[in-house]
Each structure stands twice: as C-alpha cells, then as structure tokens.
Design a protein around this ligand. Sequence first.
Ligand SMILES: [Zn+2]
Length: 461
Amino acid sequence: MLKIFNSLTKKKEYFIPLTNNIINIYICGVTVYDLCHIGHGRTFLVFDVIIRYLRYKGYLVKYVRNITDIDSKIIYTANNNNESIEELTNRMINFMHNDFSKLNIIKPNLEPRVTSYINEILNLITCLVEKKHAYITPNGDVVFSINSYKDYGILSNCDINNTYYNKVLSKNKNYPLDFTLWKRTNDNHVNWISLWGKGRPGWHTECAAICSHLFGNSFDIHGGGIDLIFPHHENEIAQAICAYGGTYSNIWMHTGIVKVNNNKMSKSLKNYCTIQDLLKLFDGEVIRLFVISSHYRSNINYELDSLLKSYKSLRKLYTTLSYFDSSKFNKDDIDSQCAQLFFQAMDDDFNTPLALSILFNISHKINYLRTKNNNTLAFKLANTLKQLASILGLLNHDSSYFLNQYKKNFSDLTKINKLIQKRNLARKQKKWDIADNIRKQLLLKGIRLEDYNNNTIWFTT
Ligand SMILES: [Zn+2]
C-alpha cells in the first residue's frame, strides 16, 4: 500500500483518497516573468513521475497546476522590456510549455491562469473580511490577520513570536506577518475593480481561491517546492480554512532544493541554469534520470559531471534494449518478481533511486542471460525493463535514435570538461596566458566560462 510523507504531519502516512479512487492534486505553478530554470524542471518532473505512477496504479488523477500571470516581478519586467504584461506572460508561457514538452512532462488537466480567477479571489477575500479574518490597512490594502487563526504555523512550525519573522515591521499592518490579500494600486494597466477600490490580488490568495473553487474545501494532495512552505503554503491554509472550513489539502508534498555547483542558484551569482540551456546539451530523458536519481525530498546539486553520469547510465539501459525487437514488447508480459520490487520502492514515498536501481539490476541480468543464450527469459526481462521504465517516463525513445543522437555532442562535452580542467590547472600555476587562451578557444565555440569561488561554470552563448 502506498505511503506518502506528509509535510503537515511530518511523517509517512498510508495514502487513502477522499473519494474512492479519485485523486485531486494541485501543484503551485510558475510565475511567468522569465525562463524556467532547473529548479522548476526538478519540481515538475518529480510530480510528473508521481502522477504517472498514481495513474498506473489505477487512480483517476485530476491534476491542476496554476500559472501566476500577474505579480510585481511580472509588472517590473514588462515595464523594463517596454512590452505589455500579456506579451511578456504569453511569451514566457509558450517557452514554459515548450520546455516541459521536451522534458516529456505530462500536461495538467487544468492550467488556470490567475487573471482568469479574479472573481473567485474576490469571493474568498470578501468571505475573509466578513468573518473578520481580514482588515483594511490605512493605505487601502486588504490584509489577512494571522492572529485570527489559532492554527497559523501548523505546516511550517514557524514561531510567530520569533523576532526572525517579526523583523520587518510595517506601519500599515497590525502584525508583521499579516499578509496582503488585495493590493490597492494606481497603475492604469494592471488592476481590477473590487469592493476595496482598484487593485490586484496578493500572491498567496490565488492558489487558495483556485483550489477551493475547483476541489471544494478538502482535497487530496497539494505540492510544490520546499521554499513555498513558508509563507506561501502556510498562508494558503489559513485563508482557505478560515473562509470555507474543511481541511484544505490532506497531504502536503514538497520537493527539495536544487543547487548549482554547490551554490544556491541566483542571477547575481551568474549560475542561473535554464531548462533551455540544459536541453541544448542533453536529451530530456537525461535530465529526468538525473532528477529522479535522488529522492524527491532531498536537496540535489547540479553540475555537468552529474548530467554526464546520468547520460552514461541511460546509455547503458538503451544499449541493453537495443538487442531486442521493441515492436514485440507488450504491456502484459512482465516479470512479476521484478515488478513487485519496483512497486514496493515506489509505494514507499516514491523512492525513485531504489526503483532505478531495480531497473539497472534487470539490465545486468538481461546482459548476463544473453551471454548464456537464454533469449526467452532475456526478452521477458527486456520487456519488463521497458514497461517499468515507462512508468518513470524513461526509455521512450527508439534505442538506435538515442544511441546515435549524442555521438557528436558527447565527445564535445568531454572535450569541454578536459579544457576546463586544463585551464584551472594553468590558473593554479599562475600561467595566465594559457588560461586565457583556453577561455578564448571555448568562447569561439560558443562556450562562455564563469568562475565562482573554486568552481568554473560554463554556459552556451
Ligand atoms: Zn501556490
């Protein structure tokens, strides 16, 4: 039976859907002001695998992932680019869909844009004001009063009296952690009419309004990156339960952080790694294998070497399959012992590293059986490997396509890595001319290097 770690109770729990075998699941989506990065890739790949598995087990999964198409970063970026909000968000949404489709991430059943849910958001805020969970500040914003909800902090365990949380005192709010539901604005382009004047919704309000509208006051699973636990998800719970009662989400799932070359990813550190950058170098399945080689709750570190390792591992599996006629593979004839081990791993809070190790064991067995000319069993296991991998979204390519597409690129990547090592050695020995020549040589090939602490990160130009 499936067990899931619930961030709300901080333990693994047996999973029982609220309604028969229907699962309502909501994942906080992307704020579309820039290209998606590897952190987005990780979160949505993880939930892609989880949803594939739940569907494989026979659940009817209704998967909703919102798009935040209005917020201060979007307004700032559109103004900076001298384009309209719609132009910017539509462009970024197209990029996002393109990135996700190359990563073979399944589409959500619904992908609500916040700007299409303003009425539901206003209904939620009205309800909170009427029930005295929200108040109007002197500058006209509508703000949620966290002291009006006794369970505030239930998800994040935040201590609301801790000075860390209270260091930003706002003269407009009664309490520092009170958060904005409706932001009064004067901007002509980005506002909606409300009972409290022209304005736009605060970020935390959209997900609570969309979930409550689509799923009612209780649903099965809510997920997102771990950085959203506080304050975003904490605030969602407070609003939804105060307005509509119920439990809101029964299970909360959070994906760990992605670091880049052991540093926090940020634009100021110039190690911002977009999905587009990665897809220039690797097939989507390589990125997928890299992501699910770690458990979804652990933090992961992106560096080129790890992707190369994933590439080599995936190559092994495709090589194993390349000896068989894939047109004869079928969904039914799988080895039950292997399948059982695989399902046990996935049933234990989606333990993908363990599930992958079972796939690699099957691959070893197949190669051994081939040397013994035991082709019938080898074929059965190859079929099993293909079917189980497809639950994880892997081994969907034709083997010969995968094994040939990288011949050129892979030797390029090895070459780039060797040149970077040579340059780092030259820099250590203070041979600046040699180091600089290597940098220029790579630049001519469209590879730009950035040095940060002891790491060298490279980008395609
Ligand atoms: Zn959200």
